[in-house]
Structures are given as structure tokens and as C-alpha cells.
Ligand binder design. Sequence first.
Ligand code: G1P
Length: 281
Amino acid sequence: MKAVIPAAGLGTRFLPATKAQPKEMLPVFNKPTIQYVVEEAVASGIDDILIITGKGKRSIEDHFDRSFELEFFLKSCGKIDYLVEIEAISDMADIYYVRQKEQKGLGDAILCAQKHVDGDPFAVLLGDTITQHSTPCTKNLIDVYEKYNASAIAIEKVPKDKIERYGIIKGQKVEESVYRIEDMVEKPSLNEAPSDLAITGRYILQPEIFDYLEEVPPGVGGEIQLTDAMRLLDSIYGHVFPGRIYDIGTTLEWLKSSLDMALEDPEVGEEMREYLKQIIK
Ligand code: G1P
């Protein structure tokens, strides 16, 4: 299976940090966000990844490319640990790029992947969302997709005041943590929301999605919405992801993700914990 990582958005919720750098390259603890996303795809058994980029996103390509000067420098000064880490980034997977020409929404970005996925089911991992669990979120979804032979998306319960930020599903529970989805609505008001189960940025999609993406009119925000096209699929399941999800497109979530990872780090975790205790006294 191939993976598609949309990373073309302008990152307006994170200005001015994203004025001259992609939000997907903002570091979370010690790595750029999109590296976590690529690592999740690889850990789920995927080695062919298409990243949908746009203007101002070149540093993403540079990050996953070889850097001969840097490698030469690290080798010559004996920094072998760094060298191994840097080389591993460019060897992780076969990564391809295509540009979304205009900002016409997530659905339009996914349409840019049509040729590359070439009629097969494919995974989508939003480039600004990090998931953390012992089983990678995308691997869970591949299992659900194989069991039900249908598209599958990750969902999570969200608090009422966050509902308007997400696509929200209506579904019937068919087994522990799995829902057969009957309908979904993109960024509903609290009154219109059919549940508190939100779409979280990980998807396995049947290729028919492209027909529906071509068909749907612009939705919320005047953009082509992936959620509007997914509503038209014959069959789609939601899996409640048991781990932690960070949408780093907002400053607060980005800060929380870096803090959580620092606290878990064997080298700096303890010092970070002490520091936090001191400053919240
Ligand atoms: C997108 C999707 C939405 C989903 C969200 C998850 O929205 O359109 O359905 O719930 O990602 O982060 P965006 O965050 O791009 O506005």
C-alpha cells in the first residue's frame, strides 16, 4: 500500500512562525513534525510515500534528501551517531512529491495523488498531525480495512468545545472501538453535530474516493472537503484510536506535544519534570 501525506496548507493558525517555513517542518521536541508522520507510515509497513506540497515547502524535500556536505562534515569530525541518524532519514522510504497548485482544500490536495496511487487503496496521513501508540495508528487502520474490506478512518472522542474544528461522524458500533459510519459532517456547529466522534487525520481510502472528490462541490470554507467525498463511499468504518493525537497546527497542541515528548525522553525527561514543578509553584 502507498501513503499520501498532504502538506500543502499555509499554516495560518500558526503565523508568524509559518511565514517562511512550512508548519510540517516545525520541530516537535527534536524532530520536524513531518518526520514523525513518515516514520508512522514506515512503521505501518509502507515504503512508498507521496507528499503533497505547495509553494514555500522546499525544506520538506531537503529534509528527506541526502545531505552530502553535512554527512562529510559529521564523518570528518567523528560525530558518527549524528551521521547514522542523518543518513537514516534519507533512506527511510521512497518519497515522491507533487505540488497542489492552488489552495482549494484537503479534498483537492488528495486529488493530486490520483495518478500516483494508480487505482489501489491508499493511506492518508495528515502532515501536521502526530499520533503516538505502541501500534501505529495507520497499522490499526490497515487491519480494519482488511477485516471489513472497506475504507477506514481513525476517530477520537473530542470535548464539546472542539467539535467545530473537526469532521464529525455518525455511526453504529459494530465491535469494541469500531463503528460502521452512516454519515459525517465537516466542522458542524455543536447543534448539528451527530456525535462527539471526530475524524483525526488518518485514513485508508478505496480508490473510488477520487470519483467523489471530482464530483463534490466546494463545502465548508469554499474548499473541496475530503469529508464530503467520504460520505459518498459505499462503506466506511471508524476506528477509535487508543493513543495520543497531536494536531500541531495550533500553538497549544504543538507546545503540549513537545512537552510530552521531552518528559518521556530518557536524557532530559527528569530535568524537564523538575523545571515544570518549579515554574508552576
Ligand atoms: C481536516 C479534516 C477534518 C479532520 C481534521 C483533523 O481539517 O478536514 O475532517 O477532522 O483535519 O485534524 P483541518 O484540520 O485541515 O481543518
